[in-house]
Design a protein. Structure first.
Length: 252
């Protein structure tokens, strides 16, 4: 009998693929969508993503002079607000595994005059290149579902937080009522990929994004994963009926 394969696999949307193939495929998606990323976010969410991010910023409790890490920073929406919260004597480090997204975020903040207290570092959430116990707060918006090994990423986020520090994860989640779930399914699978095709000339990347949302752990599962990584007092807020959830946890 042939030996069974023990090669690790993961999900890329609804496809099951070898784990080592996911990061390059995700990189290809985000390199493709980067130029129209902000416009598509506004169109897909009817502008609600700005409200979700404002709520996330309201939960940081950051003070001037503190140091914060924004993981999967994308085009810098959270980083912009974080820079205002920590002030000129504080520090915001934007990271993204995708160079195209990070470059757009850096240029966007520079164009808006946000300089001096923001740094950009290309980095993998699963293996962050920062010292232990370094940041007062870590944020991650709409990035965790694209990570190959979510447990490794949560462990990495935990490691770089100071004792007493806070993690905030904003991510698409699971609607809490059957009606919202049915409407959301119809919109996601019938409208979003078509928007991607019409606006960004990229149907397949937005098909992946929709599928990746469905494969992401639900609210209680992600809470349990955070607890497993060492976070305490883990809570979450359902936003827009659970279409999005903000998870919050502390390192003590």
């Amino acid at each position: 009998m042939p030996a069974k394969s023990h090669k690790k696999t993961t999900h890329f949307g609804y496809r099951e693929i070898p784990s080592e193939e996911k990061a390059p495929l995700v990189a290809e998606v985000f390199s493709s969508v980067a130029p129209k990323y902000d416009l598509m976010n506004d169109l897909m969410s009817f502008g609600l993503h700005r409200t979700w991010k404002r709520f996330t910023l309201s939960q940081t409790d950051l003070r001037p002079g503190q140091c914060v890490l924004d993981v999967a920073s994308g085009t810098g929406d959270l980083a912009k607000g974080l820079a205002k919260q920590v002030g000129k004597h504080g520090k915001v480090i934007m990271t993204d595994i995708n160079e195209a997204m990070l470059s757009i975020g850096r240029d966007r903040l520079t164009d808006q005059g946000i300089l001096g207290n923001v740094e950009c570092v290309q980095a993998d959430a699963e293996n962050l290149p920062f010292a232990d116990h370094y940041f007062d707060c870590v944020t991650m918006a709409f990035g965790l579902r694209n990570v190959t090994n979510k447990a490794a990423a949560l462990n990495s986020l935990f490691r770089v937080l100071k004792p007493g520090g806070k993690l905030l994860i904003l991510e698409f989640s699971h609607p809490q009522t059957p009606v919202i779930n049915k409407l959301y399914d119809f919109y996601s699978f019938n409208i979003i990929p078509k928007l991607g095709e019409w606006v960004a000339q990229d149907h397949s990347s937005y098909q992946y994004l929709v599928e990746s949302i469905r494969m992401h752990p639900n609210q209680e599962t992600l809470k349990a994963m955070m607890l497993e990584s060492g976070f305490e007092e883990v809570t979450y807020y359902n936003l827009s009926g659970g279409i999005v959830a903000l998870h919050k946890g502390y390192k003590y």
